[in-house]
Design a protein around this ligand. Structure first.
Ligand code: PMP
Length: 439
């Protein structure tokens, strides 16, 4: 083990780091499905890093492509000029873009992260409405318990209440309810069945505010960071139908569900519901070089390229289409294609569901939700210490060689898509034992 560096200078504000400073855990290298910790222990990656390392760690193809690109063209702007690799990556992405053949969202805007993708998509939606003469539509609708990153746009449509209390928000945002009845989500192997009724909450907001004020509605098809919330059957279809009827753009935030998490390339394909815009990041480059991408329908793209009211919009980032990130992304797509990873979760999802639903009945487990290769295990909240039980499970799992993620009282798992059946069993066993031990 090498000497641990001082932890004083690096500052991640607020709660994202507070618990860590009390009991530091350092990861120093990674290969395939495993991390190595600073004390030499091997840790099975149950979270694909932070929902992003879909092809597993240490992929030599990505490393070689990045090195080659650094030696060829390390940086070039994409404002008023371009470089071939950005066009090549966009073209490759367009071919697998979310949506059905003939109706794919195959116009790609590059960003540097999920948060930037979300802010970009919200801006595109507002600009589009203006471009088609619907300039009164300035309101954005998100969902309670949604997570859309930490830009001001993402916070405004997101469901993290602490953030909404502290920071100013975009005017006129409102939020769909995430459930009418939590009990109906209990122990869901797949999808519960009250989707229409829940999605009709959008009709409530339309009646409240007037359709002519609403530009877009953004949801995660399956909410990840706030606890793996799986939409009931018919929910996304119904949202699509309501949005279309009222001229509201529908945005799917696929930063987590994109690139194979559910067993199809995108949740859009998995559910067979096509939004107008899709935000991505994370798995786009296998979590290696930071990058995001927004996929837009041709209708949205074409209207915007004509310019809203003749006003020249400015939007784009220094790192939009960064050549090194594009190289990493292209190598990532090669791996996804060669190893069939964008659909592999479909083959494993039954074993995955069985392994985690076996934990039903363990001490304090109140709900288990699985879909594709994602799982949420909800623990009863201790009134004296909310989140403590799940945090203890997290620490216990890490000590025994399994990395999981906890938010509040919910444990989330989302391994790299190269996970084996044996490793799925190992995860469920380690987790079950840790749940048993947690007070
Ligand atoms: N949207 C969703 C659905 C996410 O899960 C995340 C990150 N967990 C983001 C947006 C923000 O992405 P980033 O942290 O790359 O800004």
């Amino acid at each position: 083990p090498r000497n641990a560096p001082s932890l004083d200078a690096f500052w991640m504000p607020f709660t994202a780091n507070r618990q860590f400073k009390a009991a530091p855990r350092l990861l120093v290298s990674a290969e395939g499905m495993h991390y190595r910790a600073d004390d030499g222990r091997t840790v099975l990656d149950g979270t694909a890093g932070l929902w992003c390392v879909n092809a597993g760690h240490g992929r030599q193809g990505i490393a070689a492509a990045v090195e080659r690109q650094l030696g060829t063209l390390d940086f070039a702007p994409t404002f008023q000029m371009g470089h071939p690799i950005a066009f090549e990556f966009a073209e490759r992405l367009a071919a697998i873009a979310p949506g059905p053949d003939g109706g794919k969202l195959d116009r790609v805007f590059f960003t540097g992260s999920g948060s930037e993708s979300v802010d970009t998509a919200l801006k595109i939606a507002l600009a589009y409405q203006r471009a088609i003469g619907q300039g009164t539509r300035t309101r954005l609708i998100g969902r309670e318990r949604g997570y859309h990153g930490v830009g001001f746009g993402g916070i405004s449509v997101g469901g993290i209440l602490a953030n909404r209390r502290v920071f100013p928000q975009l005017p006129g945002t409102d939020h769909l309810r995430h459930t009418h009845d939590p009990a109906r989500n209990a122990f869901t192997k797949g999808q519960p069945a009250h989707g229409m009724e829940l999605a009709d909450d959008l009709e409530r907001l339309v009646a409240l505010h007037g359709a002519e004020t609403i530009a877009a509605c953004i949801v995660e098809p399956v909410a990840g960071s706030t606890g793996v919330l799986i939409p009931p059957t018919g929910y996304l279809e119904r949202l699509r139908e309501i949005c279309t009827r009222h001229g509201i753009l529908l945005i799917f935030d696929e930063v987590i569900t994109g690139f194979g998490r559910l067993g199809a390339p995108f949740a859009t394909d998995f559910f067979g519901v096509t939004p107008d815009l899709v935000t991505t990041a994370k798995g786009l480059t296998n979590g290696t070089i930071p990058m995001g991408a927004v996929f837009a329908s041709r209708a949205v793209h074409d209207a915007l390229m004509q310019g809203p009211d003749g006003i020249e919009l400015f939007h784009g980032y220094t790192y939009s289409g960064h050549p090194v990130a594009c190289a990493a992304g292209l190598a990532t797509l090669d791996i996804y294609g060669q190893e069939g990873l964008l659909t592999r979760a479909a083959d494993l999802s039954e074993d995955w569901a069985a392994a985690f639903h076996d934990l039903r009945g363990r001490k304090g487990v109140t709900d288990i939700r699985t879909l594709g290769l994602i799982a949420g295990i909800e623990l009863a909240s201790r009134p004296d210490a909310p989140g403590k039980r799940a945090y203890d499970v997290f620490v216990d799992c890490f000590a025994r060689g399994l990395l999981i993620r906890v938010t509040g009282d919910i444990i989330a798992l989302s391994p790299p898509l190269i996970v084996t059946r044996d490793q799925i069993g190992e995860m469920a066993e380690t987790l079950g034992a840790a749940i048993d031990r947690a007070a």
